[in-house]
Design a binder for this molecule. Structure first.
Ligand code: ZN
Length: 412
């Protein structure tokens, strides 16, 4: 890493994050910020400028994965979380954050877990190099809900402290206050069962509208957002009617839930790349994966692309999120799989790039990130090739800058 006062980046092409492309641009960075975006011809270069030539490169805003979990886990075996020392999991998570950054994802949102709150601080204070983290800390759910640990006695779940279990509006309100006390940037709730929780069903709703409203009220009072894990359409509706800001997964959307997403302008983070993971796991189940998990995944496969494309065609705001948390096929560093899968299932590549940049930034409430514009943070990623012609070029990352600091550069 080298620090200069002022950089001029000269890629072949630029995508601004909102839909505009520029050929032969010059992007001027000073300190942490972009101070100018202009054409190469009109730029007057002073002596104190350091030129970064990026030949053959398309420059993009730092990419954003709106849904990860820094778990420090490496397998699908549910017992791993119990038998692996927390210190080891934290060290793995620190490496995962670095992998995300080097793959061009300068910001990730951790949607539930205790490690991310400290990882975020360690990154922000410069102790480790990694992606910027937006963290919820402990997620909130009902007793027996998706973030409960179903195979442990209830008192052990409380002792482990990985989630905030609550029932009734007042308990949920208190759980929200505890999450905020922990330092949550946003609050994560669960309004449906899930694939990774043994004794519930993705299609069954969890929490009541009143419970959701009490959490949302606490979060919104302090200017923070609420994201809901909601897979079945009933859970999606409960979350939306309760006032949440984003729907995570939405595997089984019906017309009414799509209508509600549109009407309220709520973000949809479909975590669509998991459909490919689920398909591969059916063919070749990894060691340790429980039978119930495979069965639930299989039920989702058919519906996930259908829900995604229906919401996309209806005009719902979509942001990229992988739900990667560590094990094979869901490992950090492969976050481009989400925009790539979105294109595979029918999204226009430009829209997929928007979903991974300006839309994701808006979904997270980061007004300073997600686009290449004067005044925005200098999170910049260079890929070889043209991601509109071939979205897979998002995997050819040759340049990463975060907050004006060059993290990696593989081109002259
Ligand atoms: Zn998740």
């Amino acid at each position: 890493m080298t620090r200069y006062k002022r950089y001029v980046l000269l890629p072949d092409r630029l995508f601004d994050g909102k839909g505009i492309f520029l050929d032969k641009p010059a992007v001027v960075v000073e300190g942490k910020y972009i101070v100018d975006v202009t054409s190469r011809g009109s730029l007057e270069v002073g002596e104190h400028y350091s030129i970064i030539e990026l030949k053959g490169v398309t420059l993009l805003p730092g990419l954003i994965d709106a849904h990860v979990h820094f778990s420090g886990l490496k397998t699908y075996n549910p017992a791993e979380a119990v038998v692996t020392p927390l210190e080891l999991r934290v060290l793995r998570a620190a490496q995962d954050s670095q992998k995300a950054l080097y793959s061009g994802f300068t910001t990730v949102r951790d949607c539930g877990g205790t490690i991310a709150l400290s990882l975020k601080r360690a990154t922000a204070e410069g102790t480790i190099v990694g992606s910027r983290i937006v963290a919820s800390g402990r997620p909130i759910c009902q007793t027996g809900g998706h973030c409960d640990i179903h195979y442990l006695p209830l008192e052990d779940v409380a002792k482990r402290g990985n989630a905030l279990l609550c029932d009734g509006p007042w308990e949920c309100r208190k759980a929200a206050r505890i999450a905020l006390r922990d330092g949550a940037d946003f609050i994560k709730i669960m309004t449906s069962g899930g694939v990774g929780s043994e004794k519930d069903d993705p299609k069954h709703p969890q929490m009541s509208i009143e419970e959701v409203k009490s959490v949302v009220e606490e979060a919104h009072r302090v200017g923070k957002k609420v994201a809901s894990h909601a897979q079945g359409s009933e859970g999606v509706k409960i979350a939306i009617l309760g006032g949440v800001d984003s729907i995570e997964h939405g595997y089984f959307l019906d017309d009414e839930s799509i209508e509600l997403l549109l009407k309220k302008g709520i973000y949809y983070v479909p975590t669509l790349c998991l459909v490919e993971v689920y398909k591969k796991m059916m063919e070749n189940p990894p060691p340790g994966v429980p039978e119930w998990r495979l069965r639930k995944q299989e039920e989702c496969i058919e519906h996930m692309p259908k829900s995604f494309i229906a919401a996309y065609r209806a005009g719902v705001k979509i942001a990229t999120g992988t739900d990667y948390y560590g094990p094979p096929m869901r490992a950090f560093g492969h976050h481009a799989n989400e925009p790539i899968t979105m294109v595979k299932y029918g999204m226009n590549p430009v829209d997929a790039l928007i979903a991974a940049t300006s839309n994701a930034a808006e979904c997270l409430g980061l007004s300073y990130a997600g686009s290449i514009e004067k005044g925005k943070i200098a999170d910049l990623v260079g890929v070889i090739g043209d991601p509109v012609a071939d979205i897979n070029s998002l995997k050819n990352v040759v340049f990463v800058m975060k907050e004006g600091v060059t993290i990696s550069r593989k081109v002259d």
